[in-house]
Design a protein around this ligand. Structure first.
Ligand code: NAI
Length: 259
């Protein structure tokens, strides 16, 4: 006989989503609110988080806007402390904040390299280090890092692909170190997702966003580009209790196989 999950009366969980003012992060924040979590919406500019926070509160959810540069050690620590004080101990963390500084290697500047490493790798490290204490104390936690299909290599993205591959190693090590505290760590590696980030790539390529989307869809087995909600659905699964035996994995969400 299979056991049915039992309803629990545990207190509301608090989730932190970085880079949640827009795009994939905003979709994850909204989905988490629907899943019943209190959601801390983190982004560089606190006022830019208002749209995400308002959408959540309009639906009856609880959300807090926090301005933070995740690559700044003091700011990352302070942001996590503020979330704990104002929303509750964060036991779910999504390291989603990201930037691109694409260029062919011979034209890539040290600033292009450092900026990308700073947000993706240093930022994820700082946020995770600050938040893990609440997870280990609770003997429960979920860490979800945003990797990318670019981790497998992508022209013009030496910095970004190195950072996204680095996040996969980071994720696996977190899974090994934190598993005994009931904390899982997984990475989601999206393929092409229609957001401002991919819109900026189209602009740089000198084509319209629609042309870019159409061209990308033809190359994808399911014949469409991804939406932020596709990634939010995957994050929603990974954050659940029932995903507790899934850890240290990289889940490619790309509309088809990646190798
Ligand atoms: P986006 O550019 O639309 O949103 C990223 C958000 O991160 C922005 O609101 C930005 O202000 C914030 N952010 C940037 N630097 C920050 C910092 N230092 N501290 C705090 N917040 C910061 O990007 P999108 O497309 O929503 O991407 C989200 C994540 O998914 C990124 O990690 C990206 O690399 C990853 N990804 C995106 C794909 C796509 O096709 N859009 C594909 C694969 C991965």
């Amino acid at each position: 006989m299979t056991e049915q999950p039992q309803p629990t009366d545990q207190p509301t969980r608090t989730a932190i989503v970085t880079g949640a003012a827009r795009g994939i992060g905003a979709a994850i924040a909204r989905r988490f609110a629907q899943d019943g979590y209190a959601v801390a919406v983190l982004d560089l500019d606190e006022s830019a988080c208002a749209a995400t926070v308002d959408a959540i509160t309009a639906d009856g959810g609880r959300a807090l806007a926090v301005g933070v540069d995740v690559s700044d050690e003091a700011a990352a620590n302070a942001a996590v402390e503020r979330v704990a004080a104002e929303l509750g101990a964060p036991t779910i963390l999504v390291n989603n904040a990201g930037i691109i500084r694409d260029n062919m290697l011979f034209k890539m500047t040290v600033d292009d390299w450092d900026a990308v490493m700073g947000v993706h790798l240093r930022g994820s490290f700082l946020m995770t280090r600050a938040a893990q204490k609440y997870m280990t104390e609770a003997k429960w936690g979920r860490i979800i890092n945003l990797s990318s299909t670019s981790a497998l290599g992508n022209r013009g993205q030496a910095n970004y692909s190195a950072a996204k591959a680095g996040l996969q190693g980071f994720t696996k090590t977190l899974a090994i170190e934190l598993g005994k505290f009931g904390v899982t760590a997984n990475a989601i590696a999206p393929g092409f997702i229609a957001t401002d980030m991919t819109r900026a790539t189209a602009e740089r390529m000198g084509i319209t966003f629609d042309q870019f989307l159409e061209g990308a869809a033809k190359e994808i087995p399911v014949q469409r580009v991804g939406l932020p909600e596709d990634i939010a659905a995957t994050a929603s699964f990974l954050a659940r209790d029932e995903a507790g035996f899934v850890s240290g994995q990289v889940i490619y969400v790309a509309g088809g196989p990646t190798d």
